[in-house]
Unconditional design. Sequence first.
Length: 192
Amino acid sequence: MGPRQAEGSLAGGYVAPWNGGTLTTAGNLVFQGTADGRFIAYNAATGEKLWESPTGTGVVAAASTYLLDGKQYVSIAVGWGGVFGIGERATQYQSPGTVYTFAVDGKVPLPAFVKYQTEGLLAGVKYDPKDVPDGTLIYIAACATCHGVPGVDKGGNVKNLGYVSTETITNLKDFVFKDRSATRACLTLPAS
């Protein structure tokens, strides 16, 4: 099938623009991972989805295939990298980067996937109301892209600060302003 014939045949069903590259096999299969944590095999001639497996996190890499002792394997590296993965996330699972290898008749079960915490919104933090306007501006400018807006959106692939402990938020200045090595992504914050 040429590029003009394939146009749109595998399109659809993608929730984000940052999906993995494709792998085409001699057996007429196309494999692709997705931003929302799926690894899919399609029929290369028709575009029909033949198989799908969850990966627990977004897939931005292309798969590879190899033959070992007469058996074909397909491996895929999963996990976020790059700016899109830090600021956005399309999965509900908090899974580390890893490599999965699949084979026909494979018997090893996938690991259990852990969901991001989206319950128990932070409450009870003592603050001075006069700090709210400046603090809001700092958070929006330097933190919200990765950490999300507490109680509003899910954030990126780093912890949403709306769901951390009261103690963590109370001592946040010790992490952000005093130990910059622990928060390299927050280097644009002004010291107070």
